[in-house]
Design a protein around this ligand. Structure first.
Ligand code: GLO
Ligand code: MG
Length: 343
């Protein structure tokens, strides 16, 4: 029995296309995915705005809410919750050069329209959280955008969202690079600073993804710890990553088990989930996997997370104290390795 509730997004079951090659698996419908997520043991679904409401650019504001209500009925049918809605601003042809921080006035206006619609969709799905993964907020040409104005534009956009709905909470999902190579908000420290500069810091927090921390050369558990110290870790995307390469979204724990253990441990020690937060598993199955393996990475990640919970339960805090007292960190480190490696 896990102490945590787990969530997942429809994008975590995908057709296998990457930047260098086409799909290797068939598409699966949203309903089928939700049904399967429930069977595997997930409690909630994460949505992009257009996962819930496809073709939303062509619908009226009232129609968007109507469509979102149909998805809420689907969630109810399978006794699943919605965790958050994230405006998918990086995919749209109207935000080619970024969204909230674009150089184009009309693109920035469109981004605000989508951000407000995400809030409407969240309300229709019965959740109060918006995630901002700021994919194209940054640049690959330094001179094209001011690093000062970009941050101000981002804060301004978040303020407008906070003003639009007095109950909505915003989680900034930080990522240092890809698809841009200089992000305006690359780490939890940046997210916390942006939060503090908004009109209501109590409603702006962070979502830490393991792979994104690794891509920044940082330790995911320490990033979680930093945001936790501010009372602002409201979501996590646990996964793994083989060093500072492209964003791999590998199954949780498969590359660095000790680092994965410490993520679970810091979440447990700080009572993550006590205010209804979910552990999200933002993982992708390998391109080589066949159709019937479409969900294997989710089953594996969930299993690994729960096994690490059990390991963290066993952690001997008295022995830790003794090692700290004696300044014997070699002994402490070996204890952790044995804890992880013994059955
Ligand atoms: C990509 C991000 C992405 C987000 C998702 C929700 O690197 O991790 O998967 O988590 O769009 O914001
Ligand atoms: Mg993510």
């Amino acid at each position: 029995m896990s102490r945590f509730k787990y969530s997942v997004g429809p994008w975590n079951v995908h057709e296998g296309a990457d930047a260098y090659g086409p799909s290797t698996r068939e598409s699966i419908t949203l309903e089928e995915k939700i049904k399967k997520f429930k069977e595997i043991g997930f409690d909630a679904v994460q949505f992009h705005d257009d996962d819930a409401v496809p073709n939303m650019n062509n619908l009226t504001e009232a129609e968007i809410i109507e469509e979102a209500k149909k998805v809420k009925a689907l969630l109810d049918k399978y006794e699943m919750k919605a965790e958050f809605v994230a405006p998918r601003l990086w995919m749209d042809s109207k935000t080619t050069d970024g969204a909230f921080t674009s150089n184009s006035d009309s693109d920035r206006e469109f981004a605000m329209w989508r951000a407000f619609r995400s809030i409407d969709i969240a309300n229709a799905l019965g959740c109060d959280k918006i995630v901002l993964w700021l994919a194209r907020e940054g640049t690959i040409c330094y001179e094209s955008k001011s690093p000062v104005e970009s941050v101000k534009k981002l804060i301004d956009a978040i303020n407008k969202m906070l003003d639009y709905d007095k109950n909505i909470k915003i989680m900034i999902e930080t990522k240092p690079n890809e698809p841009v190579d200089r992000s305006v908000c690359p780490t939890m420290g940046h997210a916390m600073a942006v939060s503090a500069a908004t009109i209501d810091p109590s409603r702006v927090g962070g979502l830490l993804e393991s792979a994104h921390a690794i891509l920044a050369g940082l330790d995911p558990a320490s990033e979680i710890g930093f945001a936790t110290s501010m009372g602002k870790i409201w979501g996590v995307h646990l996964n793994d990553q083989n060093g500072m390469k492209f964003d791999q979204d590998k199954s949780f724990g498969v590359e660095n088990l000790r680092q994965a253990f410490n993520q679970i441990k810091v979440l447990m020690e700080n009572n993550f989930g006590a205010n209804g937060e979910y552990i999200g598993l933002d993982v992708k199955v390998m391109r080589t996997e066949k159709q019937e393996g479409s969900y294997k990475h989710l089953e594996n990640s969930l299993k690994i997370a729960k096994m690490l919970e059990a390991k963290a339960e066993k952690f001997d805090y008295d022995f830790q104290k003794k090692c700290i007292k004696e300044r014997d960190y070699e002994a402490l480190e070996m204890y952790v390795m044995e804890l992880l490696m013994k059955g």
